[in-house]
Design a protein around this ligand. Structure first.
Ligand code: NDP
Length: 408
């Protein structure tokens, strides 16, 4: 029924591929392609299904992608590489008549800035080609949008306030590490905060607005207001929203390290000249260009290696205020995910798990014909019910609290 090509072989792709392989009634032919083929082969070995094909591809090159798509002829490409590759992969999909799904919106490499305009610009071309593109189908963005759509469909006539709350209460026993790609992660966190209020976007200094929020089974954790991409599509798709914000927890030690990294210039994303020794062992030096943040990534712990000693859990949810039958009501829907359980099942920690599972479910929705509509769509524009049902079946069960104190 479903011929799928996964691009990328990192933590998220590893989880998504495990889950894709578990759902063999939906996904009948699978290929994993990435920059480093050996990493794709490692995933296949871990899954233990030799029928999964692998390939090498540079997803920055439309020509290479087109060649690969024409060889394998997938019906859907699941893009789990980096946000930098979104547009080249979408372009290749259009050239080859392939549908598209991703978990993070496009970012140019030289500018830490995310917004959907670049990808929304493809809407007409996907529509004309009769192809579906599903954007932002991880947890946040992803499940956060599905939760909001589910709340709007079943529990509210009008949503007025939305707070997405993302807590990682896990401990990986490293002094400093990021839970997903360090370059993408640090770019995201060091940006200015942004939230939506009464029709306007308001900017805040990075991590300057914070307060404790109590997370189920975890307790209070200091949570920081940040910009997050799904706010942009959610306020557009739910115009009754007066205020939309995104909060994420950080420990004090993490913030101290982050501060140092910024102050010593290691979070810079511009190129600089560096004199490096030649690899031929001659003792001579050569001038090379490096991007400090990319260099930092090379020395930080690999997020994929955090799983083994990771304890504790994540808790991500939507806290919503609005009107139902003329009365104000609150609603909180969330999932808690254990790092250890995620590791036992897929060899990856909870942050990769909470992203990879929804990516697989989105692909399943597509192949079942439930989320299949020509154009470029954010997840909340599809029916949330079958997706919510699968979250419960595929390892990310959700819980609801009605009319509780939202604390926000
Ligand atoms: P990783 O860095 O672990 O993996 C990225 C993979 O992409 C690597 O295998 C890498 O190859 C591959 N890759 C990078 N550049 C290219 C290229 N030019 N051509 C082909 N392959 C390439 O990242 P994660 O798995 O942690 O994250 C994957 C995606 O998920 C990211 O876009 C991230 O932003 C997103 N994400 C979304 C979340 C959500 O909730 N929506 C949460 C967390 C992540 P190589 O192995 O050779 O380096």
């Amino acid at each position: 029924m479903g011929k799928v090509l996964v691009i990328g072989a990192g933590g998220v792709a590893t989880v998504a591929c495990h889950k894709i392989a578990q759902n063999s009634d939906v996904f009948t032919e699978i290929m994993i392609a990435s920059r480093t083929k050996a990493k794709c082969d490692k995933i296949v070995e871990a899954i233990g299904n030799p029928n999964i094909k692998t390939a090498q591809v540079d997803a920055d090159s439309v020509d290479e992608l087109v060649k690969l798509f024409n060889d394998f002829k997938p019906e859907l490409v699941v893009n789990l590489a980096l946000p930098y590759q979104d547009l080249t992969i979408m372009e290749a999909c259009l050239q080859c008549g392939v549908n598209y799904l991703d978990t993070a919106n496009y970012e140019p490499k030289d500018e830490a800035h995310f917004e959907y305009s670049w990808q929304w610009a493809y809407k007409k071309r996907f529509e004309d080609a009769g192809l579906t593109a599903i954007l932002g189908c991880g947890f946040d963005p992803g499940v956060s949008g599905v939760y909001t759509a589910y709340a709007a469909k079943h529990h509210f006539d009008e949503i007025t306030h939305l707070d997405i709350v993302d807590c990682n209460a896990g401990n990986h026993h490293k002094a400093f590490a990021t839970n997903f790609n360090p370059e993408i992660n640090i770019r995201e966190i060091t940006q200015k905060g942004l939230y939506y209020k009464d029709g306007q976007w308001l900017e805040t200094d990075p991590l300057s607005v914070h307060q404790p929020i109590t997370y189920p089974n975890i307790g209070p954790r200091e949570s920081y207001l940040m910009h997050h991409e799904e706010l942009e599509s959610l306020v557009k798709n739910y115009p009754t929203i007066k205020q939309a914000r995104f909060w994420m927890t950080f420990g004090q030690q993490y913030l101290t390290y982050l501060d140092v990294i910024q102050n010593i210039g290691m979070s810079r994303i511009d190129e600089m000249e560096y004199e490096a020794p030649l690899a031929d062992g001659s003792g001579k030096n050569v001038k090379v260009k490096i991007v400090p943040l990319q260099f930092l990534k090379a020395v930080l712990p690999n997020p994929q290696d955090l799983g083994e000693n990771y304890e504790g859990e994540t808790s991500i949810g939507c806290r919503i205020r609005g009107i139902k039958d003329g009365k104000e009501r609150t609603y909180y829907v969330y999932n808690n995910c254990s790092h250890q359980e995620a590791y036992k099942e897929t060899g990856m920690q909870g942050v990769s798990y909470t992203t990879g599972v929804p990516a697989m479910i989105g692909a399943m929705m597509f192949f079942k014909g439930l989320w299949k509509r020509p154009g470029v769509w954010n997840v909340e524009e599809f029916d949330p019910d079958p997706f919510m049902e699968q979250l419960n079946k595929q390892g990310l069960p959700w819980h609801e609290v009605f009319d509780g104190d939202l604390e926000l």
